[in-house]
Each structure stands twice: as structure tokens, then as C-alpha cells.
Design a protein around this ligand. Structure first.
Ligand SMILES: Cc1cc2nc3c(=O)[nH]c(=O)nc-3n(C[C@H](O)[C@H](O)[C@H](O)COP(=O)(O)OP(=O)(O)OC[C@H]3O[C@@H](n4cnc5c(N)ncnc54)[C@H](O)[C@@H]3O)c2cc1C
Length: 506
């Protein structure tokens, strides 16, 4: 039976969204005797696998129990980046004076309008992931919960889909915090926060990783009082501390209260408020908020798939076990995306889906370890990273040379008033082989692509120094870091030779 998901508020935009990604009148097709590929889950990993395989001529079934598009479209990247854009406008208005613009005396955030803009744009983008579009691409779309029912069958909504190969792309869900009383008082997650139509006056965000940080800053800028809890001495503690520190200072300037390294003991409801009890340095404190947003940790959707009957090993925390070729412990069944990956991003879901098509259908031997995976946290400024951190190189016993270019030395960043941050590039010592890079900048995610390209294309840092960058652009920081590398090639001996040559030529 086609159970219609409820997407709140039930307005025109969400009606459009649902009509695209879970149409109420959808008729599941009649399955053929056998599919080349049955894909369970239609987030980025499932959609890309299904569309790619069908495009190459395979008979493909795609099974989705909730909304096509998965987290990214519905409750992840798309809605978060849309409200982040609104929140950046607030910061720009706030800082307008620095640019010689007398901004309005007070900035009024129309929170319902911000959320409506998000819903409208999400509905518009949802056309890309619509059931109708995938049907037109030649994919059999089945709405309903999928589970393995035999060695080569998946069952969905009363139909049996026989497969030659199957792909598990069921993604993750938010972990519910293990804090006494929190379930009783209630809390938001990424699955519910984008349904808000009223701004929470006071919001506690639990988790200072990428999801918690992006949403904490966005809500603060949109006018909520925000307190961010993180169980380490620094937010975004997987990033280099010099990079994370810049974001932390930006949060403090935004007026976010940071509670670091404290124990959250319990949560209670008092009148209309949710009171969080924390223990910090031996002292207990109570913090009252209107809403709590849990933004720490993801749990893989491994339950209810009957993985046991097909011999697919999994772990309730780590997800489905795969080998280098994304094959599960059952050689006929592959996995892609968040369900099996350490790096849970839309672009890795996409990249692994492409690998699965080649490996599952065409006997390919594409390897997970061959992927170069960049990522970006869309705070303001952003932190983007690719390849190794210095600590990774150290662990592997690889000596590095590091070239850093701060943005307060880059003309365009100065002109833009965006001087915070840096480009940091690590190369293998004594060579120009790029091992990794971190960029902190307002548009770090855009800028990082050049370095990712260099790594994938095996271009050394010396080559980046030879690339003419338009002046003035912030990406010149990459070239300037590369120029710094080039200067190291000018050893005293080489310089002496040049001096002698030039003296002789005078
Ligand atoms: C708030 C937030 C912001 C994010 N921002 C970014 C970002 O800016 N950039 C980025 O790269 N990544 C971002 N991510 C991560 C990104 O959303 C995920 O990495 C991506 O969605 C993973 O895709 P997936 O296909 O593996 O899984 P999912 O998107 O989770 O899709 C899995 C699908 O499987 C379905 N499913 C599960 N079980 C079954 C079943 N038994 N039968 C049928 N269907 C089933 C689910 O309903 C779901 O639709 C963000 C995540 C969050 C939460």
C-alpha cells in the first residue's frame, strides 16, 4: 500500500514536493521476471545508481518508502543551504556599515518567509528527483518499504522483484541523544526542523559537528538565541584546530553561546520551557530553552531489510559492511552512499553509485580507496578540506612541506572584506605532490575544487603556480601558495648560478 508521507506544513510548496517525490496516486508497475538491478532507497546513491544503470540499458527497479531524493533534497543539503543563504543576508546587512552602507537601524527577519522560500525552492528542485522523471528515464519506481525476501528477491508493497544484482542505498537517520528526559520533552532533528514555521526564540543545538554548526549559525543569524553544546574542547574538532578556531570566533561574534566539554545530565520540562542540566568543571548549571535540536550522529538504516536472510553483514553503528569494490558479504549485493561509507556526503553517495554501476553490472574493479573525497562545512566562513591532514601524513610516516596563504594578504579578499581564513596546502616533502589541503573562506567549497582537480589529475603544486588566475579573485590564494612552493626551488646554489649568469649577460 502507498502510505503517503506527511510533510509539514501542508502548503502548496510541500504539496508540490510530495506530488513529485511521492505522488499520492502512484501505481507501482508490474515487475518483469527479473531485473538486472534492484535498488533499495532513493536518496542520491539510489537515484544515481538507478538512472545511470537504466541509461546504459539495464532493467532497473528503484524502491523508496518515503520521499525520493532522500535526505539531501528533503531534509539535508537543499533546505539547509537555502536557509543558510538567508542567514548570510542577515550577516551582510548587519555588517553593511563596514562597506560604507548605512544599513537599516534594525534588521527584521521574517522567519516564516525564510522558511517559505526554502520550501518553494526545495519543491522546485524536487522535479529533478521526481518519480515521473525516473519513470521517463526507464526506471521502474516502486513506492513502499523494501526488504529482502529470498536469495534473489526483494519484496515491496506486495510485489516480488527478482534481481540479478541488488544495491542497498538506504542511508541514515539522526541519532537520538542519550540524555535523560529528552525523549519525554521532545526535540527536533534534521527530519523536523525544516518544518518549522515559527522561529524558536531560544534554541539549544546538541552537536558541534558540521550539521549542528551549520544550523546553529543559521538559526542564530535568523534571530534565535542559540546555545551550542559540543562534547570536545572545540567545535568542528575533526578539522585542524587553526581552521576550526576561525569558525569558533565567528560563532562567538554572532552571539552563539558555546558550551564545550560539559556533560549534559538531563532535560526537564518546566512550564513552557525545556530545561537542560549540565555539569561543567564540577558545577551544575541549568539552561532553559524553547526548543532542542539534536544534530550529533547518524544511525544507518539497516533494520527491517532482512539482511540476515541474504547473508549481508552489518553493524548497527557502522552500517553495511562492504569491500573495496562496494560489494557486501553477499557478492550479488552491493551498497552505496551513507549506509556503508565513513564519509557521509551527497557527492560520495553519487561517486559510489557510479562505482556500483560499473562493478555490479560490467564486472568493473573500481576501488573505494581510489576516490579523492573533498568536503565542506557551510558555516560562514566555510571550512573545506581534501586529502590528508598533517596528522594523517604523520601517522603514515610521510614528511610534508606546508604552504599557507592567509586571506588578509589576498587583494580580492581585502576588497571583499572577507579576510578571515587561509589556504593551506600540504605536499610530500621535497616534491610538489599535493597530499591535502584545507581552505577557510567565505566560499571555500568553491575554491577547493581546483585543488581536488589537481590531486585527481596528478598535477603538482608547481603546475598550479603556472595556472593564470584572473585578478582579483580569492582563488589567487591557491596560486600564491603554489608560488611559495616555487620559491623553495630557488636554492642558494641555484640563485648563485642565476646571479653569475645574469652578471655575465650584462
Ligand atoms: C542537515 C543536513 C545537511 C547536509 N548537508 C550536506 C551538504 O551540504 N553536502 C553534502 O554533501 N552532504 C550533506 N548532507 C549529507 C547528505 O544528505 C547525505 O550524505 C546523502 O543524502 C546520502 O545519500 P544516500 O542516498 O546515501 O542516503 P539518503 O539520502 O539517506 O537516502 C536513503 C533513502 O532510502 C530510503 N529507505 C531507507 N530504508 C528503506 C527501505 N527499507 N525501503 C525503501 N526505502 C528505504 C530512505 O527513505 C531514503 O529516502 C547533509 C545531511 C544533513 C542531515
Amino acid at each position: 500500500m502507498n502510505q503517503i508521507p506527511e510533510v509539514l506544513p501542508d502548503d502548496i510548496h510541500n504539496k508540490t514536493l510530495v506530488s513529485n517525490v511521492h505522488p499520492t496516486d502512484w501505481q507501482n508497475p508490474e515487475p518483469p521476471p527479473r531485473y538486472n538491478l534492484v535498488v533499495i532507497g532513493s536518496g542520491t546513491a539510489g537515484l544515481v545508481t538507478a538512472a545511470g544503470a537504466a541509461g546504459l540499458g539495464a532493467k532497473v527497479a528503484l524502491v523508496e518508502r518515503h520521499l525520493l531524493g532522500g535526505d539531501c533534497l528533503n531534509v539535508g543539503c537543499v533546505p539547509s543551504k537555502t536557509i543558510i543563504r538567508s542567514s548570510r543576508v542577515v550577516a551582510d546587512l548587519r555588517d553593511a556599515n563596514q562597506f560604507g552602507i548605512r544599513g537599516p537601524q534594525s534588521i527584521e527577519v521574517d522567519f516564516p518567509a525564510v522558511m517559505e522560500r526554502m520550501r518553494q525552492l526545495r519543491a522546485r528542485i524536487s522535479g529533478h528527483d521526481s518519480a515521473k522523471r525516473f519513470k521517463e528515464l526507464g526506471v521502474d519506481v516502486f513506492l513502499g518499504e523494501g526488504r529482502f525476501s529470498g536469495p534473489d528477491t526483494v519484496e515491496v508493497a506486495g510485489k516480488t522483484l527478482r534481481f540479478k544484482k541488488a544495491v542497498i542505498a538506504t542511508g541514515t537517520r539522526p541519532v537520538h541523544p542519550a540524555i535523560e528526559g529528552i525523549a519525554e520533552v521532545g526535540f527536533l532533528t534534521n527530519e523536523t526542523v525544516f518544518s518549522l514555521t515559527e522561529r524558536p526564540r531560544r534554541l539549544a543545538v546538541i552537536g558541534g559537528g558540521p550539521i549542528g554548526c551549520e544550523l546553529a549559525q543559521a538559526f542564530r543569524r535568523l534571530g534565535s538565541e542559540v546555545v551550542l553544546f559540543h562534547n570536545a574542547s572545540h567545535i568542528l574538532n575533526r578539522e585542524d584546530s587553526d581552521a576550526a578556531e576561525i569558525i569558533q570566533q565567528s560563532f562567538i561574534r554572532d552571539g552563539i553561546r558555546l558550551i564545550l566539554n560539559c556533560k549534559t545530565k538531563k532535560v526537564e520540562k518546566k512550564n513552557e520551557e525545556k530545561v537542560i542540566y549540565i555539569e561543567c568543571g564540577g558545577k551544575t548549571e541549568m539552561i532553559a530553552v524553547g526548543e532542542i535540536l539534536a544534530g550529533a550522529g547518524r544511525a544507518p538504516n539497516v533494520e527491517d531489510l532482512n539482511l540476515e536472510i541474504v547473508g549481508v553483514k552489518y553493524d548497527k553503528r557502522e552500517g553495511v559492511e562492504v569491500n573495496e569494490h562496494l560489494q557486501t558479504t553477499n557478492p550479488r549485493i552491493y551498497a552505496a552512499g551513507d549506509i556503508c561509507l565513513k564519509y557521509k556526503f551527497t557527492h560520495t553517495a553519487d561517486a559510489t553509485a557510479r562505482m556500483v554501476i560499473q562493478n555490479a553490472l560490467f564486472g568493473g574493479r573500481k576501488k573505494l580507496s581510489a576516490l579523492t573525497i573533498p568536503w565542506c562545512t557551510y558555516t560562514d566562513p566555510e571550512i573545506a578540506h581534501v586529502g590528508m591532514y598533517e596528522r594523517d601524513a604523520e601517522e603514515k610516516g610521510i614528511a610534508v612541506d606546508t604552504f599557507v596563504r592567509p586571506f588578509n594578504d589576498v587583494d580580492r579578499a581585502i576588497a571583499d572584506g572577507e579576510e578571515e581564513g587561509f589556504v593551506k596546502i600540504h605536499v610530500k616533502k621535497g616534491t610538489d605532490k599535493i597530499l591535502g589541503a584545507t581552505i577557510v573562506a567565505r566560499h571555500a567549497g568553491e575554491m577547493l575544487n581546483e585543488i581536488t582537480l589537481a590531486i585527481v589529475g596528478n598535477l603538482g603544486l608547481g603546475t598550479l603556480a603556472n595556472v593564470i588566475h584572473s585578478y582579483p579573485t580569492q582563488a589567487e590564494a591557491v596560486k600564491q601558495a603554489a608560488d611559495a612552493y616555487n620559491r623553495t626551488r630557488l636554492t642558494p646554489f641555484v640563485k648563485k648560478l642565476f646571479t653569475l649568469w645574469l652578471a655575465w649577460r650584462r
